[in-house]
Write a protein that binds this ligand. Structure first.
Ligand SMILES: [Zn+2]
Length: 332
């Protein structure tokens, strides 16, 4: 596929990673600075289109100075191991809790395979290669990554994943949001929460959205997909949707333990969001199908069920029966 890249803010270019073979679903971003910097990589299947776009933008193998990922889910960072071999001078920056999983992706891959199955792992993501230890830089909250002439401010923004960061560009006030606000793809005017297992935390996610709102001085740069200028409205909507979905799952859990019934309820919720948010001329079935890849309702339901059950367990006196807590993370 021809590389696709377009400027979204002065000195920030969105690059289509063609995740899942689709256009305008998942973005990486190139920051123009003395030290050229890529935010997000896409999965390993995206390495060729991203490298081709970088080359077209004048970034050769020796030129890329930094790669920063908002979190380690494979649709954002699965390709970082292979990409940093193509760009051997690049330092790889990731949340301190994500760094061990990029150095040794075995648990990350095992965890994602449990969710997606072997076949989808191959078709969607491809192999996941480790990042050499000497290239890895662990980020802590409040860090500032110096790109020469501009910086990226680091805010820990847990919720969607415990190891997610948001990045604020000093030059434009744009914020790279990762999946903190959910998924919003052009042409599909629906903001959908992204609440996959294992570590979605609704209250943390809401606090993180407010943190992003306070940082943003221009646009929100979604990984899925592109710039959104209406900061206040989008943050409000993201919180409302998240609360709505979380409450729907909580309601159902009071009534049933059956995951299928809970998934069905959340599907109704998702359809209602589409009907109230979408242009009436759009075909609802097509919309639903296109959103499924990025943010499956089933995955969101399973994540929220796990969240409420963990909360209930914490609230109960210890019974001696804990649930295994898998800290490695899944893509979304
Ligand atoms: Zn994610």
């Amino acid at each position: 596929m021809e590389p696709v890249a377009f400027e979204v803010q002065p000195g920030i270019t969105a690059i289509d990673t063609f995740f899942g073979g689709r256009e305008r679903y998942t973005a990486a971003y190139l920051l123009d600075a003395e030290q050229p910097t890529l935010v997000e990589t896409g999965p390993t299947h995206s390495v060729e289109p991203v490298a081709a776009a970088l080359e077209r933008l004048g970034i050769g193998p020796g030129d890329l100075a930094h790669i920063v990922v908002t979190h380690i889910h494979l649709d954002h960072a699965g390709g970082v191991g292979r990409l940093c071999r193509r760009f051997p001078r690049a330092a790889v920056h990731v949340h301190e809790r994500g760094a061990p999983h990029l150095a040794d992706p075995a648990r990350l891959v095992a965890s994602a395979t449990r969710l997606y199955g072997e076949a989808q792992m191959r078709t969607l993501f491809g192999d996941v290669e480790p990042v050499p230890a000497k290239a890895l830089h662990a980020l802590t909250d409040g860090d500032s990554i110096d790109l020469g002439g501009r910086t990226l401010g680091v805010d820990f923004t847990p919720g969607h994943a415990s190891h997610q960061v948001a990045l604020t560009d000093s030059a434009t006030g744009a914020v790279f949001t990762g999946d903190a606000l959910g998924v919003h793809v052009p042409d599909l005017p629906v903001l959908r929460p992204a609440t996959p297992p294992p570590d979605v935390d609704v209250e943390a996610a809401i606090a993180s959205i407010d943190r992003i709102r306070a940082r943003a001085r221009s646009v929100l740069l979604f990984a899925h997909f592109g710039p959104i200028v209406e900061v206040e409205r989008t943050c409000d909507l993201a919180i409302a949707r998240l609360r709505g979905w979380a409450e729907a799952v909580r309601d159902e859990l009071r009534r049933t333990d059956d995951a299928e019934e809970i998934v069905a309820r959340l599907e109704q919720e998702a359809l209602r969001d589409i009907r109230t948010g979408a242009d009436a001329a759009l075909d609802l079935d097509v919309l639903e199908e296109r959103l499924r890849l990025l943010s499956s309702v089933r995955m969101n339901a399973l994540g929220l069920m796990r969240y409420w059950r963990k909360r209930d367990e914490r609230a109960r006196p210890a019974s001696g029966f804990g649930s295994p807590d898998d800290r490695a993370s899944q893509p979304s």
